[in-house]
Design a protein around this ligand. Sequence first.
Ligand SMILES: C[S@@+](CC[C@H](N)C(=O)[O-])C[C@H]1O[C@@H](n2cnc3c(N)ncnc32)[C@H](O)[C@@H]1O
Length: 253
Amino acid sequence: MTRSSQAQFDAHAEKYAASAVHRFGPSLPVLLKVADLKPDDLVLDVATGTGNTALVVAPHVAHATGIDVSPKMLDQARLRAAQEGVTNVSFQAGSAEQLPFADGSFTLVTSRHAPHHFRDVPAFLQEVHRVLRPGGRFVLADQITPRAELQDWVDFWQRTRDPSHARQRTVDEWRALTAAAGFRPAGEQIVPYRLEFGWWTQQSGCSADVVEALQAHARNADAAVREAMQLEFDAQGQIQAHHDPMLVARWDR
Ligand SMILES: C[S@@+](CC[C@H](N)C(=O)[O-])C[C@H]1O[C@@H](n2cnc3c(N)ncnc32)[C@H](O)[C@@H]1O
């Protein structure tokens, strides 16, 4: 089953806004460091969701714009901006694959925990390249598949839990995709995430049937998957947690 990101995230926007893992998760400070924020930066945060990245970036730059396909996620972002008194940020609806901005509008583009939902990553990267000024930076933070041979297991795992999941990539795929879009590498690092199974399934609104399908998928994982995804089981063989490595990387235009 697949589901649009708009439907999935509209349905779970309030829960997402309250999630400490998404709001304060360890990829964010690394992303901020790698981005090397400057006071005159004009920033675009693609798939901003509830504004977790845009709202932390904004106080350090001239202006931040957040774009997302989910109006309910954007409502939460605007609410948080008002509560926190952040005034140099704006949020608008739009798609990563068709950015509604003129060429060269931004000096920095960020996208965190989102491109694994995008249906057309090459189109997204072309758009990022187009809206960046020459010398501009693109900073990505996204979950990756540790090794290519685990791709099918990982995408089934993720899509069963969240039907708006499209595909998560290996580091090598990101290197090739960004090179094809005309970017130059400017540093990368892996940030580990440990995700509790109960929290993880509740966050996406999984039914009891979906939870059981995930338990079965975990039980059937071979030794290579168990090791690479660091699957943790209790004494009854029920999955307790898995690990999702996040790639935080910068490419320059
Ligand atoms: C897991 S959330 C990440 C939100 C935020 N970047 C963060 O760090 O918390 C993924 C977001 O991607 C958005 N999204 C998915 N596909 C999109 C697309 N093609 N264009 C724009 N936004 C998209 C969803 O609506 C959702 O808000």
